[in-house]
Design a protein around this ligand. Structure first.
Ligand code: ADP
Length: 680
């Protein structure tokens, strides 16, 4: 019997392994099964190279739980090890500064194991004693048993073993008894070993018998040895892809489409990425791509490997070239990884363009669902953005789809304003903004529908990309102002009429919570509405952004500010104007005249004193005059407000406009209803 000390520079590595690598205990199984698979694959390689001439027998890996003896065994029929091999590969884990290294990376067990060839030793995370019983494939090899109880001392001796291959026997320690449960092992194998290239057997197939499941004699294979990403796309049908998708993500709707990745140079990578159908909250869908290394599951956190915007996709990526066992920050700065990320982006845009070109109708069909990926990609990845300009679609309120170029051509002639800006009109809610959409389409304009989660940002991006483009929401002004052309009609109101009507209307706007209204006048046409309510594009965008970005709460707290535009060409407004002229102009005019005179006096005083400091006496006079003006204004306001309060038509018109914008609520709404009834 050989005895020795395992070649580590630090006194005892095992307590360190146990202590620091606690977070990911379960990966020992992945490591041991991977070793078993490697040994099996090596045998195949040796055989095809003519170096192994014996019989393979059945090549599989078996994981067996023995609850009575407290052991978990991983057996393979691979190349096996001689005592020299064990000496070389197992006993000499010479690496320096282990403790220091482990201390530094204690939270990322994954990154150390494997990286330093500690794969096999991860067994000591869950076992108090480990045995290797192995028979090498080499001619005349003797079976050997290695045993170690977690101290640096091991023993190695001859033993009995009929079959070629290796058994790794773990004597599970007390804290880790759960690894003796078949169900726990099954779920781990499903997680890590589901697509391994050699059949992995664990337990027996079960059958329903006498009201319960019982084991049959048949071994249960837990993996699929040839997952579809390892096959050629030409060998696969749509059904194959869909089935695979549903296998990976049970309970999901069919994917929209998929991309089969397959490169050998300058790195090796295979995989399939699926575009899932995203409901509303896309955060929850993130991090669903699984990363494999030669069919061994490694992680489903693919940050860095997959470009940020494609984290919304699902599927698998398999690459032996991704340095899987290193820390995340290292991964992100790794040149190979960067290339992979760039490749995936390119591949995704090429595929999208291909689908767009091959079947436009189908692409349009899916557009509403894939739009979020594409917009997200365009917003976060400039390369993708440039590529996607070709296959991004805009949808209008009549459900027609256009490429950016097509749309520009469509609206260019009719929707260019007098300054040469192309105005892209859009709505965010077809029902709520129906009136405005209607007004625009009646003028022969086209209105886009921008109701996606990211459209707000997307619009800003498009404005910066498309020269001389401006996006304005249909309800942000009356239609003639949205696209300003030269032929605008002037409002024919005298200053005093304007002042009077402003007060008439402003005084009758009911209270609307967190909102304020400004009154303005426009000479629209007699067919347009008498009153139109608009919301400033700028303020609305600021507020929308404030809702998404904490730093902008200043805008968020401002009230919504609306403009109530009075259409002076409308007969009803004409009538209101005439009535007001007839009823109160006489009373208001002298007051307005006094205000005007006093203002003149103030202006003259200011003018006379503009170079010198005003005397106390003058200052006093000025203050008095200002006080009088304020009083006169109050008086004027009171007269007009009192008058306006008796004008049901004014109230009715304002309320109708508010109603059209969903702003008439509560008491104001019930007053409106009462008034309407009494007016009938
Ligand atoms: P790594 O797999 O990263 O090289 P391990 O500590 O897991 O590190 O294994 C060390 C070596 O021991 C392997 O490279 C292999 O040569 C050998 N080995 C481990 N398990 C087996 C096995 N089941 N059959 C044959 N050789 C094995």
């Amino acid at each position: 019997m050989q005895k020795g000390t395992i070649g580590v520079t630090t006194e005892n590595i095992f307590p360190v392994i146990k202590k620091f690598l606690y977070s990911d205990h379960e990966i020992f199984l992945r490591e041991l099964v991977s070793n078993a698979i490697d040994a099996t694959q090596k045998l195949k390689t040796l055989s095809s190279a003519g170096e192994f001439k014996g019989e393979f027998g059945e090549l599989n890996v078996k994981v067996s739980v023995d609850k009575e003896n407290g052991t978990l065994t991983v057996s393979d029929r691979g190349i096996g090890m001689t005592s020299e091999d064990i000496d070389k590969y197992i006993n000499q884990i010479a690496f320096s500064g282990a403790e220091e290294f482990l201390e530094k990376y204690k939270d990322t067990a994954n990154s150390i194991i494997g990286h330093f060839g500690l794969g096999f030793y991860s067994a000591f995370m869950v076992a108090k004693k480990v045995e290797i019983i192995s028979l090498s494939y080499k001619d005349g090899a003797q079976p050997v048993k290695w045993s170690c109880d977690g101290s640096p001392e091991y023993t190695m001796e001859a033993c009995e073993k009929a079959d070629r291959g290796t058994d790794i026997v773990l004597y599970i320690d007390d804290e880790n008894k759960d690894f003796l449960e078949q169900s726990r092992i099954d779920s781990l194998l499903k997680k890590y070993c589901r697509f391994l290239p050699v059949p992995v057997i664990s337990g027996k197939e079960q059958e329903w018998n006498d009201g319960k499941y019982v084991d049959t004699d048949k071994d249960k294979v837990v993996n699929i040895t040839e997952p579809i990403w390892t096959k050629k796309p030409t060998e696969l049908t749509d059904e194959d892809y869909k089935n695979f998708y549903h296998d990976l993500y049970p309970g999901q709707e069919d994917p929209l489409f998929w991309i089969h990745l397959n490169v050998d140079f300058p790195f090796t990578l295979t995989g399939i990425l699926f575009f899932p159908k995203i409901k509303n909250n896309f955060e929850v869908t993130k991090n669903r791509i699984q990363l494999y290394c030669n069919q061994v599951f490694v992680t489903d956190s693919v940050e860095g490997v997959v470009p940020e915007f494609l984290m919304l996709l699902q599927g698998v990526i398999d690459s032996p070239d991704i340095p899987l066992n290193v820390s995340r920050s290292y991964l992100q700065s790794d040149a190979a990884v960067k290339k992979i990320s760039t490749y995936i982006t390119k591949k995704v845009s090429a595929r999208l363009e291909e689908i767009f070109k091959a079947d436009r109708a189908e692409y349009e069909n899916k557009w509403d669902d894939i739009k979020i990926f594409i917009e997200y990609g365009m917003l976060t990845d400039t390369k993708f953005c440039d590529a996607a300009m070709k296959f991004t679609l805009l949808k209008d309120t009549e459900n027609k789809y256009f490429t950016l170029d097509e749309y520009k051509t469509l609206i260019e002639s009719n929707q260019t304003d007098k300054d040469g800006n192309i105005i892209y009109l859009y709505a965010t809610d077809k029902t709520a903004q129906y009136n405005y959409i209607n007004a625009a389409t009646e003028k022969g304009y086209d209105v886009l529908l921008m109701d996606g989660q990211l459209d707000n940002h997307f619009i800003g991006m498009l404005e910066s990309k498309i020269e001389k483009s401006q996006f304005v929401r249909v309800d942000s002004d009356v239609i003639n102002n949205l696209i300003k052309k030269d032929d605008k009609k002037k409002v024919s109101l005298s200053q005093s009429q304007r002042d009077m009507l402003t007060t008439v209307f402003r005084s009758q706007v009911p209270q609307v919570e967190k909102s304020e209204f400004m009154i303005s006048f426009e000479a629209l046409s007699a067919q347009d509405s008498p009153i139109v309510i608009t919301q400033s594009e700028y303020m609305r965008r600021m507020k929308d952004m404030a809702a998404m970005q904490p730093g902008m709460s200043f805008y968020g707290e401002l009230p919504d500010s609306y403009t109530l535009i009075v259409n002076t060409e409308h007969p009803l407004i004409e009538k209101i104007k005439e009535n007001a002229d007839a009823d109160i102009a006489d009373k208001v005019a002298p007051i307005a005249e006094s205000i005007k005179q006093k203002n003149n006096v103030i202006a003259a005083m200011r003018d006379a004193n503009k170079d010198a400091k005003m005397s106390d006496e003058d200052n006093q006079k000025l203050a008095e005059a200002e006080g009088e003006i304020a009083k006169l204004r109050d008086e004027q306001n009171n007269i007009i407000t009192e008058y306006a309060a008796g004008q049901d038509t004014v109230k009715q018109l304002i309320d109708l406009a508010l109603l059209g914008n969903g702003l008439l609520k509560g008491e104001s709404l019930s007053q409106f209803i009462k008034r309407s009834v009494s007016m009938l």
